[in-house]
Every structure is written in C-alpha cells, then in structure tokens.
Design a protein around this ligand. Structure first.
Ligand code: SF4
Length: 405
C-alpha cells in the first residue's frame, strides 16, 4: 500500500517521541529526559484524516557525538531523504539552532516539504525564533507537545504541508474498451497461487479503467529454442484480440516478443511500468544506458535487486544480464546487491547501476536510491530498458514509445 511517509527529526531531547505519541495517541515511543533515549527508528503505521495511510518515523537525535551516534546520524539522514514530509522539532529552552538549521538545510537540499515545531518547555515559547533559518511562519508552530489539545493544530499543519499530488497513474496510456495483453512466462521461480505484484497491479488498473486485460503464458524455454508452434500460438492469439492497444511483457521475454510481434503493435515491459510509476523519471533510466555506452572497458557495474527472492538457473539478474554484459565487454566487473545491501555499499565506485523493477520497496526508498546515485553522477538504468537496449535500438525505442504520448 502506498503510504505518505512522515519523519520526525531533531536533536536529542527535542520532544520527538512526545510528538510521535501525541500524533498516534498512544505510547508508541518511550519518553524520558535521558538524552539518546530513542536508540533507533520507531515506525508507526496509521491513518490520518485528510491524508490517508501514513508511515510515521520517530528518529534518534542527530547530535549524539559517540561512534554509535554517528552511525545513527547516517541512518537518520537516509530516512530524511525518503520522507514526503520532514518534521523538525526542537525544545524552547535552547540557546542556538545549529542542529535545526542543519536539518532545514538537508530538507531543502533533498527538496523535501518540511515544517518546524517548537516544543514549549514549561509553557515558555522561545522568543528569538528568527535564529532558525529559511522557513516561513506558515511552516512553524509553537506548542506544548504534552498537551493533547494541541494535536488538532499540529495535524492541520501537517495536512497543509503534505504533498497532496494525486498518485501517479500506473498505465497512463490506457484507453477505455481497448485491450491490453500481458505476457507472463511462468517458471520454477514463479510463486504458486498468485501473480507477481506488477502483473497484479496491471490487471487491476486495466480492469478499473474499463479496458480489457488479457494474459498469455509464454513458454520461454520453448520460445528460446525457436519453437515454431510457440511462436504461432502467440502470433495467432494476438491477431484475435480486438482493439489491442499495448502488449506488456516480462522484461526477460522482450527479445522474443519484439521479434515475434509486428512493429505495428505497441510494446513495453512490466519493469519499465514499475520504474516509471515509482519515479516518473523514465528518461533518467533511458539516459543511464545511453550515457554508459560511452564509457570504456574495465568499468564496474552493479546489478541491484530490491528483494531477496529464490533464484533459478536462468535468473534474470544474476545470470541473464551478466551474460549480456560480459559478452559486450569481458573486462567488466559485476557486483550484485540484494534487498537492503544497497544501503551498505560504497556506490561511488560504480560506472553503471542496473536496477530491477523495485516492486517490493516503496517509491520513497527507490527515489532515495536515485538521490544517492545522482550525488555521484552514476548512470542508472533498469532491467527492462537494459534488456531492450541489448536487443537493439529499435527494441529500446519501441518499449519507451507508449510512455511518450
Ligand atoms: S523487487 Fe525487484 S527483484 Fe524483487 S520481485 Fe520486484 S522486481 Fe523482482
């Protein structure tokens, strides 16, 4: 489920956990005057009136100077990059706002919506509020966070600053009463009793929009062996579909489907659909592969999967893509990262990152990865775009075309 991600940030003893408890109306976080009480992030899922499903983060203070404190600080900054709304809170009894100003600068740097909440200690508001930089009165409130009656005003401030943009459409090209063919090659890796998340999402979106979703199970093994009957089965089936608008295929079948179906049929892949849905930056992934083409040999490529799924012999990420890369350039060094491993990597060492569709992580997490890569100017592409590019420029142009209308 798509949730708005809201993070509470500040120095130690700023009242972050008190604010968390006030917003969630329960003792979600331990509140204690001992500095550093919040040892790690606390996460609460809840529904906010006017906003909808939310994920609220209570974070440790970023001013803890110990070695452990530095580690916590790094994690807090990573969380800030993911948030849709950054809440910076501070106590009214402080003399300077160095920590708060740093948080405001980070929020601005990472283009985050943010608000500032002064936690009134003993009911006293800090008068010299202008020592806080770069925020407007509309982004600011002063309140005693222990008082329940302040919850309404705080929620109103939060609601006013959450990005209320409508969720991105999964398939913006859908036309009412048109047909969409989903090509799904099932193998030993395919889980039983359910489709994969991108396939399910496409089915739901097509049906919801009064269009027709049709699925086709392709025998990829036979197709790769050049089985004529498998080819005829797909081609003949496709010819019978009325008003066929776009075919969406699993990325690993793009080479087959591109060859077998005439160019008059629009074609794209599930992983391109996912990456565009999560980031709205398909051109970044397209330009990523274009940019990389110009790099000389001995480069390092990172293949990145957002989850840890069981792998079969012809696994796309660990077998198929490396085969193509090494064929193009045997000197390439290929590394892999699965699930959370990405967060631990020194990504600056890579010349290209090839990312999966990212269907198992939130769009906020995926976008945070992009922020990190852009910092080092590292090209990023994804499975669908890479495999289409490997097939040739005409295949690449073809899978991008449905998204350019
Ligand atoms: S997160 Fe990536 S690797 Fe995992 S199932 Fe989704 S697309 Fe595949």
């Amino acid at each position: 489920m798509k949730r708005v991600e809201i993070g509470i940030f500040g120095r130690m003893n700023a009242g972050k956990s008190t604010l968390m408890n006030l917003l969630t109306q329960q003792e979600t976080s331990i509140v204690d005057p001992t500095p550093g009480t919040t040892a790690d992030h606390k996460i609460t899922l809840f529904e906010l009136h006017g906003i909808g499903p939310c994920k609220l983060f209570d974070t440790p203070g970023i001013d803890e100077s110990s070695k452990l404190g530095q580690k916590k600080r790094q994690k807090v900054i990573q969380t800030l990059k993911e948030c849709d709304l950054v809440i910076i809170t501070y106590p009214s009894n402080i003399k300077e706002c160095r920590v708060e100003n740093e948080l405001i600068s980070l929020a601005i740097k990472f283009k985050k919506h943010f608000i500032v909440i002064q936690n009134r200690i003993n009911g006293i508001a800090l008068e010299n509020n202008n020592i806080l930089l770069n925020h407007t009165d509309k982004q600011f409130i002063s309140a005693d966070l222990r008082q329940r009656e302040n919850r309404g005003n705080l929620l109103e401030l939060i609601e006013n600053h959450v990005n209320h943009e409508k969720a991105n459409k999964l398939l913006p090209f859908l036309k009412r009463h048109h047909s969409y063919l989903l090509i799904i090659p099932m193998d030993e890796e395919t889980p039983e009793k359910r489709l994969l998340r991108p396939q399910n999402m496409a089915l739901e979106e097509i049906t919801r929009n009064w269009a027709y979703a049709i699925t086709f199970r392709l025998d990829l093994k036979k197709a790769r062996e050049g089985d004529k009957r498998e080819r005829d089965r797909l081609v003949n089936f496709t010819q019978q579909i009325p008003n066929l608008d776009v075919v969406i295929t699993d990325s690993q079948a793009i080479d087959i489907v591109h060859d077998w179906l005439p160019n008059s049929i629009s074609l794209t892949t599930f992983s391109i659909m996912m990456i565009q849905h999560a980031t709205q930056r398909l051109s970044l992934f397209y330009n990523g592969i274009k940019k990389w083409q110009r790099v000389k040999s001995h480069e390092k490529v990172l293949i990145c999967e957002a989850c840890n799924h069981s792998r079969i012999q012809e696994d796309i990420g660990t077998i198929q893509i490396p085969k193509i890369l090494l064929k193009k350039n045997p000197d390439i060094q290929i590394d892999f990262s699965f699930g959370r491993e990405f967060e631990e990597l020194s990504i600056e060492q890579y010349d290209l990152v090839i990312h999966c569709g990212g269907c198992m992580i939130s769009s906020q997490k995926l976008n945070r990865r992009i922020i990190d890569l852009e910092r080092f100017n590292i090209p990023i592409t994804n499975y669908g775009i890479f495999l289409s590019w490997a097939k040739g420029q005409d295949a690449l142009d073809r899978v991008i075309e449905p998204w350019t209308e």
